[in-house]
Design a binder for this molecule. Structure first.
Ligand code: SF4
Ligand code: SF4
Length: 354
């Protein structure tokens, strides 16, 4: 059902939904940007439509609503433990198509990756509905259409700002509310179909695992981990036991985001590490995002949001890296074909000589 809803009516709709839902959207966080006196676009609970930032990409993704940066798993004493109480309300998240597709990748990693689902994620996920924020044009450096994540339709309603009001495509059980507060208006959501800088995936990037290509990143990467924390599909975490100062026999276990580019992530007992070199970490990340995850789950892990390129202080571009791999594959195939051609020509010459 299509609907045109004025800003005041959308505010009323949000107010009516509030007792049932926690509502999250990208908002402007003044002074929280990475440089002094700059703002950050991040996710927070909202009460009114004018708080939603439509015209900028959020620095952090909505992942943190389902999978918090820092989450207490349980509290313990010497003899007992209990899980934290949770908010029973459902969750409504305003997000873009790539981020909606990213949640499906998180589902694979956290719910279907072995015999036991992540129960904390599972509980939050069961409560979530999505509001699709339309992208009428791409943001700088994104490549969702290259990754096939530009068109997601698993939403409760879609939303597009239009002359001070909002155009929506309404589904599920919100039709009655929109029927009451909005006006009927045919509407089909827009999706980005092409990019200024599309990304081309190599067929077999693993063939270049040992290629010197990766050494460039050993020099340039400073292991800050920004690319990991802004990524909507990175789901690694480490565990921390915290003992309270006033009673060191009591405490809590937390999980905290971790990332494969960060020092210590691949360390083992005995002082060993799988990947000390930052170029090796880049290789691990890139191949996981565009190759290994697909081998297990049938879809690429990267959804082409472009956040990692934007966040990297060293101007390391994930998308350029993937394109360079595709170019490397092209030149390797061309060289192999040329050699094959030379060999066939040589055989032809030998035949002629006989
Ligand atoms: S790897 Fe980069 S472009 Fe791909 S989903 Fe993660 S942050 Fe977005
Ligand atoms: S953001 Fe850039 S410098 Fe930081 S860990 Fe990632 S690739 Fe390395």
């Amino acid at each position: 059902m299509g609907s045109l809803i004025e800003a005041a009516a959308l505010d009323e709709l949000l107010r009516l939904l509030k007792p049932k839902y926690r509502i999250y959207a990208p908002v402007r966080l003044p002074g929280k940007g990475r440089f002094s006196d700059t703002d950050l676009i991040g996710y927070a609970e909202i009460n009114r439509s004018r708080d939603i930032v439509f015209n900028e990409r959020s620095y952090f993704s909505p992942k943190e609503i389902l999978f918090p940066v820092n989450q207490t798993l349980f509290y313990f004493t010497e003899s007992q433990w209990r899980e934290p109480e949770t908010d029973d309300r459902e969750i409504l998240v305003f997000l873009r198509s790539c981020d909606l597709e990213a949640v499906k990748r998180l589902d694979q990693a956290l719910l279907h990756n072995g015999p036991y689902p992540d129960s904390y994620y599972q509980e939050a996920r069961a409560k979530v509905k999505f509001v699709l924020m339309e992208c009428q044009e791409e943001f700088e450096g994104c490549f969702c259409a290259s990754m096939g994540t530009n068109e997601s339709r698993d939403y409760a309603f879609s939303i597009r700002p239009e002359n001070g009001a909002y155009l929506c495509d309404v589904r599920e059980d919100l039709e009655e509310l929109f029927g009451r507060l909005g006006k009927p208006r045919e509407h089909e959501p827009a999706f980005v179909r092409e990019h200024k800088n599309p990304v081309r995936l190599p067929d077999n990037p693993e063939a270049f695992s040992e290629h010197p290509f990766w050494r460039e990143y050993s020099e340039r990467c400073i292991a800050c981990g920004r690319c990991n924390v802004v990524c909507p599909t990175c789901s690694c975490f480490s565990l921390q036991d915290i003992f309270y100062d006033d009673n060191p026999k009591v405490g809590e276990r937390r999980r905290v985001w971790a990332g494969c580019q960060i020092d210590g992530f691949a360390d083992l007992a005995g002082g060993h590490s799988y990947r000390r070199d930052k170029g090796e970490r880049m290789r691990y990340k890139v191949l996981h995002k565009i190759y290994h995850f697909k081998e297990h789950f049938g879809v690429n892990l990267c959804v082409g949001c472009g956040r990692c390129d934007y966040a990297c202080p060293e101007y390391i571009s994930f998308s350029r890296c993937v394109n360079k791999l595709a170019e490397l594959e092209d030149s390797t195939k061309a060289e192999a074909n040329r050699k094959l051609g030379d060999t066939s020509a040589a055989v032809e010459v030998k035949k002629d000589v006989k």
